[in-house]
Design a protein around this ligand. Structure first.
Ligand SMILES: Nc1ncnc2c1ncn2[C@@H]1O[C@H](COP(=O)(O)OP(=O)(O)OP(=O)(O)O)[C@@H](O)[C@H]1O
Length: 346
């Protein structure tokens, strides 16, 4: 059922990302791309239609909502970064994308090899008070570079690179280095030194989408905010699928990989599982791979065939949309048998 990937008429995927090229059916790029890749944006548009027809836009309460960053010791720098144009507020132009040129940071994303000294200084020797999370890859610390840039420092646990002999790490680095989009967590650089594998990315101050759906931060996401988040994620996925040199399949779209800014806009994180999509120019339409991803979000066809295409991300995005609308988790083990798997339930 998977169709082949069409290529742009220019033969190049490095086209500037513009709302017109994504949303206009007359755009050369869009008209020449496969329906699989446009389905992310159209899914978001459909949900947008449902939301818009069902709900009167609520008053924007988010500006008055207290966020992580308000109490954060890094607050001044975080606020500066947000003010300086790397963010857009609700109601401003959708789909206007940051480029390296309007970055407020001193560093060009993706180009930096960090030294251990810089990392230790930024995280105060991996101080536990700077720890912000723990995931499959390792421990995440927040830090501040010498030039004031706020960063998240992802320190791989030893088993990760022992097991995969650095392959996953190298894959993450290559992927991170080639992407830049307002709705993707920005990559600043990395460190590979002895036993250490560290990735330095943009610090996104307001927690994960899942945390907000669980009301862990004490504020409720109104429907307009949820819609904005859905559209942000759709933009990020569309960019990965259509506008990088080689299409990138994220492979782990889920609410705990969606980070929120102070203005409750979404940035997609965690490219640890990312894998370049098959190149349609060579006639290959899928990548055969061992199954990776997160239970509840996994495309059943990918689970059955091990053949990965961009459609797997679109499926996960669909689960995410249901999660956004209902607040449910993709798997709810405490519910009755028939209701446990959200995709089936919905
Ligand atoms: N760029 C970031 N800015 C701020 N916090 C972050 C950032 N990246 C990660 N975090 C925090 O660290 C936690 C762990 O992130 P990580 O990406 O390592 O794992 P995960 O996505 O939660 O889990 P898994 O690796 O199993 O997919 C996140 O849940 C989030 O709270």
């Amino acid at each position: 059922m998977y169709g082949g990937r069409n290529t742009s008429s220019t033969g190049s995927r490095s086209v500037p990302y513009s709302p017109a090229s994504v949303y206009s059916d007359t755009s050369t790029t869009r008209s020449s791309t496969s329906s699989s890749r446009s389905s992310v944006a159209s899914a978001a548009r459909s949900v947008a239609g449902v939301f818009v027809s069902c709900f009167t836009p609520p008053v924007d309460t988010r500006s008055s909502t207290k966020s992580f960053a308000d109490s954060d010791e890094f607050k001044p720098a975080a606020s500066d970064a947000l003010r300086a144009g790397s963010e857009r507020k609700r109601g401003s132009n959708r789909g206007v994308y940051a480029t390296a040129n309007n970055s407020t940071h001193g560093r060009e994303p993706g180009s930096v090899k960090f030294s251990m000294e810089e990392i230790l200084k930024a995280t105060r020797n991996f101080s536990s008070s700077f720890k912000v999370g723990q995931g499959g890859f390792g421990t995440v610390y927040r830090g501040r570079l010498e030039d004031g840039t706020l960063v998240a420092v992802k320190r791989a646990k030893k088993s990760v690179y022992d097991k995969h002999l650095g392959v996953e790490f190298q894959s993450e680095i290559r992927t991170l280095a080639q992407v830049e989009h307002l709705n993707l967590v920005k990559f600043f650089g990395y460190l590979e030194h002895g036993d250490e594998r560290i990735v330095v990315v943009e610090y996104v101050p307001n927690g994960t989408l899942r945390e907000h759906l669980d009301c862990i931060h004490g504020n409720f996401l109104d429907l307009a905010a949820r819609l904005d988040i859905a559209i942000d994620v759709a933009h990020a996925i569309t960019y990965l699928h259509m506008y990088t040199d080689h299409p990138i399949i994220h492979r782990d779209i889920k609410s705990s990989n969606i980070l929120l800014t102070e203005n409750f806009r979404a940035k997609v994180a965690d490219f640890g599982f990312a894998r370049l999509a098959a190149d349609s120019d060579s006639g290959v339409t899928h990548v055969s791979t061992q199954v990776k991803g997160t239970a509840g979000y996994l495309d059943p066809e990918y689970l059955r065939t091990y053949q990965l295409t961009e459609k797997s991300d679109v499926y996960s995005f669909g689960v995410l949309l249901v999660e956004l609308v209902t607040g449910r988790r993709p798997i709810e083990p405490k519910r009755e048998l028939m209701e446990r798997i959200t995709a089936k339930w919905v």
